[in-house]
Design a protein. Sequence first.
Lengths: 510, 138
Amino acid sequence: MEHEKQIKIVKGWKDQQRKAMLPKPFSEVIRVLLIEDNHGYAEIIGIMLDRSHDIRFDLKNAASLLEGLKHVVKDAIDVILLDLKLPDSRGIETFDTLYSRAQSVPIIVLTAIDNDKLALEAVKKGAQDYLVKDQVNSKSLVHAIRYAVERKRMAEMLFTAAHEWRTTFDAIGNVVCLIDYERNIIRCNKAMTELLNMPFTDIIKKNCCELIHGSRMPIKGCPFETLKKTYGREEILLQRRDRWFQISVDPLIDERKNLIGGVHIMTDISREKEIDRMKSELISNVSHELRTPLSTIKEGIALLFDGSLGGLHLEQKDMLSRVKSNVDRLSRLIDDLLDMSRIEAGKMEIEKSFVDISALIKEVISSFQNQANKKNIKFVITIMKNMLPMYIDRGRISQVMTNLISNSIKFTPAYGCITVEIRDGKKEAEISVSDTGIGIAQKNITGLFDRFSQFDREYGPGERGTGLGLPISKEIIEMHGGRIWVKSESGKGSTFIFTLPRLCLDRTIP
Amino acid sequence: MDKKRILIIDDEPDFVRVVQLRLEAAGYQVLAAFDGMQGVSAAHKEKPDVIILDIMMPAMHGHRVCEALKKSAKTWTIPIIYLTAKGNKEDEELAYKLGAEHFLTKPYDPQVLLRIIEKALDPDAQLQKYEAKEKEKV
């Protein structure tokens, strides 16, 4: 019941709105107030109005301005016909007085033939129209009334629309401004005056770049400059003093499809940035705190395991080795989290030295030999002989290889094969790890190197990772100036490939 | 020959205990201090051969302990090995600047720790290091 009622209300509201938008049909009565002291002339007007067939008029006559004003206050009037020469007021003051009291009612001035100037002055001051008494006929009178009423209504609608738009514009919390092709500000909302701490008048017509960045020249990557080529929405992140903004610009296009400017929206994302930073800091702190108890557990297990605290029987040893491998896993997860928080804080560092990469890769593979043997997975290694040492971070590249190979083992069923290839080129070395595993579906490949992108695995044996291994690997390879990508097809295995340049300048992290 | 003595300064008793067991198994005598202040006074009183030092501790911060020991005429020759969960680049740099022998992060590899202790106790290696430093100064 309640719901139905609501729908009805909404429907009713819509109808009302539509009605307000359409011009009023003239089947209804137009209420005319004639302020004229000449009764004879008033009668003529009455007759003229009666002759109209399509519109009905309800005519009221006032013989003086005072009487007219009483009608304006008391009755609903659609239009006023005003003679400027009245017993209690003369000339333009008659219009002024009436206009100041009845601003919402359209006024048509009636004038004698020799008084054109006065009538024109009244029109300038806000009268809708004027009619010369001797030249009026029924047709022109009805015409003038109709258009006066209509024009007034249009003006009011325009005013309402502008008012609604302005209020909405100012109510928006984001900083919004419209700029022309030369990046001068045409309009701006209240949020912008608050951001710049300047009144409207100081902002309008000023150069947008100058106000935001303090220089007339557009900054590097200015989205409006890009938009001039793309004609589509452009976005950019910007730091202004201590706050961060997401800025978007949409094209402003005229009827002839010319680009005439843009709509600039600035969203303050400092809070999001701050939360992001707090999150990274939390992860970093927690991970550090976890390390102390973890190292105690690890060392305790190691002491028990190697018999320093007395011998263990087989079952105890077996249980302990299970505990140990899980503690190791926990420790790897914490390391991944720490690496990720380092990357996010831009604190990841690499220390390069000359490394024999084939020896390094063999080393990593041999550390997985036991795990591979358990699943009867075979390693095939193809390495070029006499490779020159590469200038890389030994630990970090070994981490990437460990990630790739452990993934391969995880997703390759028993009796599979993992092929590691190193191809040396003049400019870069290319290392690939291929497996005969379950592969990756096309739709999952896109986000594979993004953070926490562990997609739904319906099948696939073994443990879940953090989903951080590949993003961390990507960062490490890119910090070396290389690239990493994957070729895979569901059910047909995957190949991960990365390159390391032979000579490269250190990439600084943005 | 007497057993070499190692002082562990760390506020985690459980951690101290496992390291102690590991070092004792390797033939060292182990002393423990559970905060920075205790550590400094123990180092002065006992004159250990090697000190293992944590950073985050009550009473006195690890870096300040290191600074105090390296400034004191009685203890400046004792090699200090940092063993801490706080593995920042800045901390590592500061540790070496203060005169630390080595900087290890938790969780640690016991074999690596034993190797580093051995090296710290080797008078020849220490002499070489000292000479290298002197040369650098010249």
